[in-house]
Design a binder for this molecule. Structure first.
Ligand code: ADP
Length: 476
């Protein structure tokens, strides 16, 4: 209404202003009226401009073309002027209106493109289906500027929503039918309904309330969400497969290690028993052989318990229980389990008390124990062994350094392979060549890396690099 009053008022104003002016040039009047019509078409649309064109033509004729004060036109040339004025104002109005609506459309399209771009960026950030589905409604609502958004999935009849105060729950029964039958994006009142599909099969529904979106943009949002769900599901599947492979590898390593270790005590027991049966031994010799049998059967018993544990792991896969593990406490506990290392060597521990990682304390203890025993085995008695812990940026390092025999450069990467033993140590020092392979598998299952720096004759430093997380929660 206001726009009509202003438009007609402006027209009347121009006519009155020129009427008061003596000897006014009719061309000036026509141009002034035309200018008003163009402004109206560009700013408020075609309706105002067309009505004003007709009224302006009538006023122009009545007030400015002789005979003035009548609608009669005396000079035939003035008919032409009048017609030219009307035609120009109508055509100009249409052109200016078209330019205005095209500019509006271009702005709307640009806005929708920006919306789709921002949405795709937001959706790409998530790599977990649960998080994705919970965050999608609020992400869409905030990016398209809607009052509320709901995502309904046919699989499990799940509903995720943002901005509705859960009022959509009551409509849930209606969603399944809608998701299965809706052919494309559809606007119902202030609500845009978008079908979600996997290929051609219906997958669910998106509802967006209180936003202005073209059908294409709404359907593009549906496709984007559907593709993102597929992508995240595929990522999760890959991660699950990788975890399963990692567990499988770890389990195989442990089985190999145990089979290998079973041979050593069995050989000793067999040898001692044969000597007892066949040999002519005095009491002391017999006692010595019986002690060997006793100790080795204890070792066998331990190995068999481990084999049973592995058999259980075999059916259920290796399961790591992740807790907050304080490294100083871990090293302290490990010292207790392999105390012979300390008896033979000068063990120094430099680990800050608050340094911690997320991991399975039992598996980590196996790694530290193996590194400490190796450091002791492959260095001269009495030489120092240093355990150091430190955090560098987002990585926590735990190193075991010795001043032992060291490892040749060409063998440094091979010692992590199963059963590999360095050429120089193989015969002199007992071992299975399994410890480092198991340790590396455990460290990698924690998302870390086990590496070595070594110089023959000088010593070796084995370092476990673990990702530093936010170690909240239960401490081991
Ligand atoms: P094992 O010690 O039972 O032979 P490991 O897998 O623990 O098996 O180690 C593999 C090989 O790596 C060892 O045989 C040894 O040659 C070499 N090695 C491991 N730790 C050290 C070390 N601290 N210093 C020198 N050589 C080492």
């Amino acid at each position: 209404m206001t726009r009509w009053v202003i438009s007609l008022g402006a027209l009347a104003g121009i006519v009155l202003a020129f009427r008061r002016w003596d000897h006014v040039n009719t061309t000036t009047v026509a141009l002034a009226l035309l200018l008003l019509i163009l402004v109206l078409a560009a700013e408020w649309g075609l309706r105002y401009a067309l009505v004003c064109s007709v009224l302006a033509t009538a006023c122009y004729n009545f007030f400015f073309l002789p005979p003035i004060g009548t609608f009669t036109v005396a000079d035939p040339q003035n008919w032409l002027t009048l017609f030219a004025f009307l035609a120009t104002s109508v055509i100009a109005s249409r052109l200016s209106h078209r330019a205005r609506s095209e500019a509006q459309q271009a702005r709307a399209r640009q806005h929708e493109l920006e919306v789709l771009f921002r949405l795709s960026r937001e959706l790409l950030r998530t790599e977990n289906v649960g998080d994705l589905l919970h965050s999608v409604p609020s992400t869409i609502a905030s990016i398209v500027g809607s009052r509320g958004c709901a995502v309904y999935l046919l699989e499990g009849a799940r509903l995720f929503q943002a901005g509705y105060d859960h009022t959509k729950e009551v409509e849930r029964p209606h969603f399944q039918q809608l998701a299965e039958t809706l052919p494309g994006a559809h606007t119902e009142g202030s609500e845009i309904q978008v079908p979600l599909r996997t290929g051609v099969r219906p997958r669910g529904l998106i509802l967006i309330t209180g936003a202005v979106l073209s059908t294409q943009a709404a359907e593009a949002i549906g496709d984007l969400v559907s593709v993102t769900i597929d992508r995240v599901q595929a990522l999760e599947k890959v991660a699950r497969n990788e975890a399963a492979k990692e567990s499988e590898r770890l389990r195989n390593l442990i089985i190999d290690s145990i089979t290998h270790e079973l041979r050593t005590p069995l050989t000793s027991i067999k040898g001692s028993a044969t000597a007892l049966l066949t040999g002519d031994l005095n009491d002391e010799g017999r006692r010595e052989l019986l002690t060997i049998i006793d100790e080795e059967s204890d070792r066998l018993d331990k190995l068999v318990s481990e084999a049973v544990e592995v058999a259980q792991l075999d059916t259920q896969q290796v399961h790591l229980t992740f807790l907050r593990v304080g490294l100083a406490a871990l090293v302290e506990r490990t010292r207790g389990t392999c105390s012979w290392v300390e008896n033979d060597h000068d063990l120094r521990v430099v680990v800050p008390p608050d340094l911690a990682i997320k991991g399975d304390p039992n598996f980590l203890q196996k790694v530290v124990c193996n590194l400490l025993e190796n450091a002791a085995k492959y260095s001269a008695a009495g030489s120092p062994i240093t355990v150091t812990g430190e955090q560098k940026d987002r990585t926590v390092h735990l190193s075991v350094a010795d001043h032992g025999v060291g490892i040749d450069a060409d063998e440094q990467h091979l010692i992590f392979e199963r059963f590999y033993r360095a050429r120089n140590h193989g015969d002199r020092i007992s071992g299975t060549g399994m410890g480092l392979a198991i340790s590396r598998a455990i460290v990698e299952a924690h998302g870390g890396e086990l590496s070595v720096l070594s110089q023959p004759g000088q010593g070796s430093v084995f370092t476990c690099a673990f990702p530093a997380g936010e170690e909240k929660g239960r401490t081991d």
